[in-house]
Write a protein that binds this ligand. Sequence first.
Ligand code: ADP
Ligand code: TYD
Length: 206
Amino acid sequence: MSRGLFITVEGTDGSGKTTQIKLIEEYLKNKNKEVIITREPGGTKISEKIRELILDTENTEMGIITEMLLYASARAQLVSELIRPSVEAGKIVICDRFVDSSYVYQGFGRGIDLKIISDVNRIAVDGLVPELTLFFDIHPSRALKRRISTTGADRIEKEKMDFHKRVYAGYKKLALLYPDRIRCIDSDRSIEEIFADVKYCIDELI
Ligand code: ADP
Ligand code: TYD
């Protein structure tokens, strides 16, 4: 049995990840590939429970280190229970967010030392690195405009936008640091135009 593939998908909130993942799944299934779609935080029973804990807006007292460790705990469980066994069984695993999200949200966004995030996550993923990371590159203010036009959501506070701008700048830095793994996809375009680039990256790999 040959090894499968591990592909991660990254981008700021609302950058179009879910939309493109659905298209990738359809595309690969039409090629008779065995595909597993999962997400972070979540993807296993335990990791989904951790997700509820992290994203519960009532947990306002949660510290940034607690939050970073919870993301890493959810990840450790997802890697050992689902991702690694599936890739070893020859499947293609596509994960909505992975370690890069912790670097950009907890590191660049919240200001935790990147070395700490790297040390903690080395334990969590135990050497697992994606073969390909698709970064949906759209400035958070453009993604927000798009969301307003599609869902009618009205405003985002300035503080939140500053946070998302730091996250976005973090992604740009990571993409420069790891050009072989991270592909920047210009996502301020139509769904079809974006997917044409995505397809190109996937075809190159399979
Ligand atoms: P994410 O999973 O990254 O949060 P989504 O795929 O849910 O992003 O997309 C966020 C919103 O933007 C949705 O309302 C979706 O329909 C819309 N959307 C996604 N891609 C595009 C695009 N290329 N152009 C316009 N709207 C888009
Ligand atoms: P989600 O609703 O899945 O957002 P999205 O559709 O944008 O992926 O919520 C996940 C949130 O968790 C998102 O705001 C990013 C954040 N996050 C981190 O801060 N660190 C991490 O390591 C991960 C995996 C996610």
